[in-house]
Design a protein around this ligand. Structure first.
Ligand code: FES
Length: 106
């Protein structure tokens, strides 16, 4: 699926990810600035924080308890659009998803 990461500057980075890849993996393996993924996807660092655009939020996996707890530890402000990128697997049905990258992760 096609994923777009929008930087705080407004610069959009569009990439093609393998089906089922997490948003964090897709970003890190493509060198997208602002997505760190320090814990390797264990929902233990919150450095993969993203803001999912509301029009793309449908059909994403539910926020688990672990994710919810970590979302309280993000550096950038948590909003109702906040998710951990490592906890979102991008399926074909999410083709074209757009997420905003926070202004800071660490
Ligand atoms: Fe650490 Fe997502 S990569 S919480």
């Amino acid at each position: 699926p096609n994923i777009t990461f929008v930087q705080p500057t407004g610069e959009a980075v569009e990439l093609e990810a393998a089906e089922g890849t997490s948003l964090m993996r897709a970003a890190v393996s493509n060198g997208v600035d602002g997505i760190v993924g320090e814990c390797g996807g264990q929902a233990m660092c919150a450095t993969c924080h993203v803001y999912v655009r509301p029009e793309h939020a449908d059909g994403l996996s539910e926020v688990t308890e672990d994710e919810d707890e970590m979302l309280d530890c993000t550096v950038a402000e948590r909003t109702e659009r906040s998710r951990l990128g490592c906890q979102i697997a991008v399926g074909l049905e999410h083709d074209g998803i757009v997420v905003d990258v926070p202004s800071g992760q660490v």
